[in-house]
Design a protein around this ligand. Structure first.
Ligand code: ADP
Ligand code: MG
Length: 283
């Protein structure tokens, strides 16, 4: 078996004592755990081992790619990989615990947050995304479920399961269809190849819109109609958005990836800089 019971009701995984389920995604289950050596709490993302019967049909390369990506990244707004434990049935990633839950738990009853607070978290998101891009890593699935908070309330980007790494092929257009419908960039839908950096920027824009508006910029009960709206890149900002925020969103959610603002452009934009403390901008 995977685990050896140390005391009744205690499940051990190496030096970690396993606790309750934190969340689940398409590929894995995530548990809280305690490092018995340090007393520190961690998150353990458990995949069925693709080399076992339970993991049959899963691609070992997908887990290996996610691990390779996480090993390259060390940033205060990216969930860090501590180590990997493999058993016969499972592969476990030991990760920083994002104990504050999802970013979207901070929205109010109408599903949104004040513009200043949205800016606060958007800055942290963009800082993580810029760092990843500079390291040649593209997330490709930036959406609310993958944006978590740690115990101090800092944003942590999680789930690089759809991530891509560029090595010598920087600038090469990608063709893999991936992402989550409402957050997917129009050039992915047109299937002519895309720059993964621009796709991440687009989904950051959708996240920003949702945080400040409380609803999606492109939405429809029919997926086909939603894709049409994304493709046209037409959206309406709610009345309470400031002119600077509207301007930034028009540049980020630009349907032409060639005309879309990049990460450096976002950081230089007046809305992004507005009210920023020097320390926050210097990061
Ligand atoms: P999948 O690749 O299957 O989508 P995720 O990595 O997105 O798995 O994790 C699934 C869910 O588990 C997340 O949406 C989140 O709620 C929770 N989760 C993931 N990583 C952590 C973490 N480091 N700390 C706390 N909760 C996490
Ligand atoms: Mg996920």
């Amino acid at each position: 078996d995977d685990s050896s019971p140390a005391a009744a009701g205690t499940v051990l995984l190496g030096r970690y004592e396993l606790g309750g389920l934190l969340g689940r995604g398409a590929s894995a289950k995530v548990y809280i755990a305690r490092d018995l050596l340090t007393g520190q709490s961690v998150a353990i993302k458990s995949f069925p081992n693709p080399r076992s019967a339970a993991g049959e049909g899963r691609r070992p390369v997908a887990i290996e790619r996610e691990a390779a990506i996480l090993r390259r990244l060390r940033h205060r707004h990216v969930v860090r990989l501590h180590e990997i434990l493999a058993t016969r049935k499972k592969v476990h990633f030991v990760l920083d615990l994002a104990g504050g839950g999802e970013l979207f738990s901070l929205v109010d009853a109408s599903g949104r947050m004040p513009e200043d607070l949205a800016r606060h978290y958007f800055r942290q998101l963009v800082s993580a995304v810029r760092y990843c891009h500079a390291r040649g890593v593209f997330h490709r699935d930036i959406k609310p479920e993958n944006l978590l908070l740690d115990d101090s309330g800092a944003l942590k980007v999680a789930d690089f399961g759809l991530g891509a790494v560029s090595s010598s092929d920087a600038g090469v257009l990608r063709h893999t269809l991936c992402g989550t419908p409402a957050y997917v960039a129009p050039e992915i839908l047109s299937r002519k190849g895309y720059d993964p950096a621009k796709v991440d920027i687009w989904s950051c824009g959708v996240v920003l819109f949702v945080l400040a508006a409380g609803y999606l910029p492109f939405n429809d009960a029919s997926l086909v109609n939603m894709y049409r709206k994304i493709y046209a890149g037409k959206f309406r900002c709610p009345a309470w958005f400031s002119p600077a925020l509207r301007d930034l969103l028009r540049r980020v959610l630009h349907p032409d990836p060639g005309a879309r603002i990049d990460a450096d452009g976002i950081v230089a934009h007046p809305w992004f800089r507005d009210g920023a403390g020097e320390d926050e901008l210097a990061r």
